[in-house]
Design a protein around this ligand. Structure first.
Ligand SMILES: N[C@@H](CCC(=O)N[C@@H](CS)C(=O)NCC(=O)O)C(=O)O
Length: 198
């Protein structure tokens, strides 16, 4: 398998963290490629990382699809619970944490935006999404485990991305339970082995 890769991407990190959690990361070749590269554009019309070329040549994106594909390989316990209440919790948590990344990652370009009221409003809108999402996670932090579901892995990657790119906007104040959970899980192989760089 080959994974279009960026060491700074929280979505790529999520895919690699799933692979590590399931013991199949050794089967993944990291493919460092720019999103402007025609080879990636041919593989994925959206030209984003992560994109996975599967064991049988399947082109897979985006990260929820890649992670579910990785969950179908090997014999380790699944990260996507079977249909039932636990699955909806895990998928909702994945969506919430993906949403933190979706609201944060485009802010990398905010300095290039026109210095007008629209910029201020857009940044405030994105920050509001992240703040409400982190507040919501605090209310369920007691129930979070040791990165055994796609939800927990995605939450770990999202909080790690906030630390990585937005250390000047700390998420920990007011969220002691989430802070304590993250301090434990960031030491586990799926997150410890995928710290962002860039
Ligand atoms: N929803 C996608 C988001 C992937 C994404 O936005 N990746 C960024 C890098 S962190 C990217 O490739 N951006 C390039 C672009 O949008 O052109 C996923 O979950 O995989």
């Amino acid at each position: 398998m080959k994974l279009a890769f960026s060491a700074a991407s929280p979505y790529v990190r999520k895919a690699m963290a799933c692979a590590i959690a399931r013991g199949i990361d050794g089967q993944i070749e990291k493919w460092s490629i720019k999103t402007s590269d025609p080879t990636l554009q041919a593989a994925n019309p959206l030209s984003k990382v992560p994109t996975l070329i599967g064991a049988n040549g399947e082109m897979l994106f985006d990260s929820p699809v890649i992670c579910e594909y990785l969950d179908s390989i090997g014999s380790a316990p699944g990260l996507f619970p079977a249909p039932g209440p636990a699955r909806w919790v895990a998928l909702r948590q994945q969506a919430l944490a993906d949403g933190i990344m979706d609201a944060s990652q485009p802010r990398r370009r905010e300095l290039a935006l026109p210095q007008d009221d629209g910029r201020v409003e857009w940044i405030a809108l994105q920050r509001g999404k992240v703040e409400r999402a982190v507040d919501a996670l605090e209310t369920e932090a007691d129930s979070l485990g040791d990165l055994t579901t796609i939800g927990e892995i995605t939450i770990g990657c999202a909080l790690g991305y906030l630390d990585f790119r937005f250390p000047h906007e700390p998420w920990r104040p007011g969220h002691p339970k989430l802070e304590a959970w993250y301090a434990q899980v960031v030491l586990l192989p799926p997150l410890a082995g995928t710290m962002p760089v860039g």
